[in-house]
Design a protein around this ligand. Structure first.
Ligand code: SIN
Length: 493
């Protein structure tokens, strides 16, 4: 796949520290590969702790002036950045598709999605209100103000290379924080292009710093931030295992944490559901980004009475999905991110079939004239899924739909909640009393009711239980980057 950008300066292959584009202190680099073909097409710094510390020093030095700016001025910067992101949608989408593999139409959608957070937080920047508390005695005034947390380290995943970093950086900058960020090893280029646009929007040096690094040095960079008392907050999207390590390793300096971690989302189809709407919702939720999404339904529970009809309708839709490279305008499912991802999907499917699953659609790698490469997997439906299968308890993170049977509301809600995770859940029913009952009982941060598309810049995104804590988007998302100061002034009587 050729990478022809209108603006060639958006392909950056250096770190962005203190307003400068620079190599790693050791000069080490690593290659970025196209997941469609495995071919390497760019190289970026394999940074180490020294580079991480330089970024922290720059962010710390920039903090006082940035924090002291009137919120409206920070908002103006975010608005300029938003406009530049939108104006460069095509180039950003091409870069993202090339390094991540998602179809171009989906990548364009992600640019709009990520940009919407920047616009939202430009608007929220001017609304970080405090409080005046009625004093309990005469002569005192009690006020509460919100202040920027300080330097924030953002560690972002490969599945949404633009949206995830945008929805961390935008609220941080809006609140008056400065940022050091490490994009995922597989997808550093979109983040660097965003930094280029931030530079163009006039962001002062040091306010945003991007440090790229390879998988084997990631611990070095992140470890430097974890140990550094100047970094006051870590915001992370990724696996629960890594989230727990960050929680432990940041304890030494008691940093604030926002952790958006793994999920194991249930999707429930009750016997009174509108089956066509449920199939539409499942297609949208499950096959977004080829199933490589933390809110993607991982367990689909279908009532016995509608199991056969639902399976048939779903199978027809899944069979029709077009698998291919990002450059093919008709592609709906791109390659998986890398060989490890396809190996895991394959292992889950093999295990499910060995444990009594019935293959309805897919169930194999694809390597044909259109989808030609090592990382394609066919959209798959497995009927008669059960809870002994690995896919019932582990996130598959791929285009596989296991269909479980159920017969009773109580039973299915218990099954849905029987997981350490609690990010998203979905259910379809036409019974309005059941809507209230089930929504309340589901132990997740997000609930889709007759709806498969949940995320929006205006709504709080985040989980409970081992899916993490903190919220992104909405007014709650700004709170994650603010700390509360109480002032008590006496002698006023
Ligand atoms: C994620 O998969 O990490 C986020 C998905 C979303 O924003 O909807």
């Amino acid at each position: 796949m050729s990478l022809t950008l209108t603006r060639t300066d958006l392909l950056k292959e250096q770190n962005f520290i203190d307003g400068q584009w620079c190599d790693s202190s050791s000069g080490a680099r690593y290659e970025v590969a196209d997941p469609a073909s495995g071919a390497q097409f760019a190289a970026v710094p394999a940074s180490c702790a020294v580079d991480a510390a330089q970024a922290t020093a720059a962010a710390q030095a920039a903090l006082p002036a940035w924090r002291a700016l009137p919120a409206r001025e920070r908002a103006r910067f975010l608005k300029r950045w938003h406009a530049l992101i939108v104006a460069n949608t095509d180039d950003l989408a091409k870069l993202m598709s090339r390094e991540q593999g998602k179809p171009l139409a989906e990548a364009r959608g992600e640019v709009a999605y990520g940009a919407s957070y920047v616009e939202w937080f430009a608007e929220e920047a001017v609304r970080s209100y405090g409080d005046v508390i009625p004093a309990q005695v005469r002569g005192k005034q009690l006020t509460v103000t919100k202040e920027a947390v300080g330097v924030v380290a953002a560690i972002t995943p490969w599945n949404f290379p633009l949206a995830m970093i945008a929805r961390k950086i935008a609220p941080a900058l809006a609140a008056g924080c400065t940022v050091v960020a490490k994009p995922a090893e597989d997808t550093p280029l979109t983040a660097l292009a965003l930094a280029r646009l931030a530079e163009e929007a006039g962001l002062p040096a040091g306010v945003l710093n991007i440090v790229t690094t390879s998988r084997d040095r990631a611990q070095d960079v992140v470890g430097a931030w974890l140990a550094d008392a100047r970094v006051r907050k870590i915001t992370f999207t990724g696996s629960t295992a890594v989230g727990k390590l960050l929680a432990c390793d940041s304890a030494g300096t008691l940093k604030r944490l926002s952790l958006e971690l793994g999920g194991n989302a249930p999707f429930i189809v009750f016997d009174d559901a509108d089956l066509d709407a449920a199939v539409d919702g499942l297609m949208a939720a499950k096959f977004r980004n080829g199933g490589q999404t933390c809110v993607s339904p991982n367990r689909v529970y279908v009532h016995d009475a509608v199991y056969a009809a639902f399976t048939q309708k779903l199978a027809a839709r899944v069979e029709a999905l077009r698998v291919g490279p990002a450059t093919w305008e008709e592609a709906q499912i791109g390659p998986m991110i890398n060989a490890r991802a396809v190996d895991k999907i394959e292992a889950h499917v093999r295990d499910a079939l060995a444990k009594g699953g019935r293959l309805v659609v897919g169930g194999k790698r694809v390597n044909d004239g259109v989808a030609s490469g090592p990382n394609y997997y066919a959209p798959t439906v497995i009927a008669e899924a059960n809870h002994d299968m690995a896919l019932a308890s582990e996130e598959t993170f791929g285009p596989v739909v296991p269909l479980f049977r159920f017969s009773d509301e109580d039973q299915v809600v218990k099954l849905a909640n029987d997981t350490p995770y609690g990010l998203a859940a979905y259910f379809y029913t036409r019974d309005i009393v059941r809507v209230a009952r089930v929504a309340e009982r589901l132990e997740t941060g997000l609930v889709g009711i007759n709806e498969g598309v949940l995320a929006s810049e205006a709504a709080p995104f985040g989980g409970v239980k081992e899916s993490g804590y903190g919220r992104e988007g909405s007014r709650y998302g700004l709170d994650d980057y603010l700390q509360t100061k109480y002032r008590c002034q006496g002698g006023l009587a």
